[in-house]
Design a protein around this ligand. Structure first.
Ligand code: ZN
Ligand code: ZN
Length: 73
């Protein structure tokens, strides 16, 4: 489904600092590119999965620790 504009009915109002929106229950639809106040996980407008967490989680990089096998003479 495409964005049909119905998401604007749920548009989250109030400007808060970035990062605090999710804590207030606001979710972001990447297809509609809008923050909405909606209890469901899916956008009521386009059906896209809403983002409920800020993108602050960095992927854990697994360090490849090469074990140096000492070859003592
Ligand atoms: Zn929409
Ligand atoms: Zn949407």
């Amino acid at each position: 489904m495409q964005c049909n504009g119905s998401c604007k009915k749920y548009k989250a109002t109030g400007s808060t600092r970035e990062g605090g929106r999710y804590e207030q229950g606001q979710k972001r639809c990447h297809r509609c590119e809008i923050y909405i106040e909606w209890e469901g996980l899916w956008c009521p407008c386009c059906g896209y999965l809403l983002r409920t967490k800020p993108r602050g989680t960095k992927p854990k990089r697994r360090k490849m620790l090469m074990k140096k096998s000492r070859l003592d003479p």
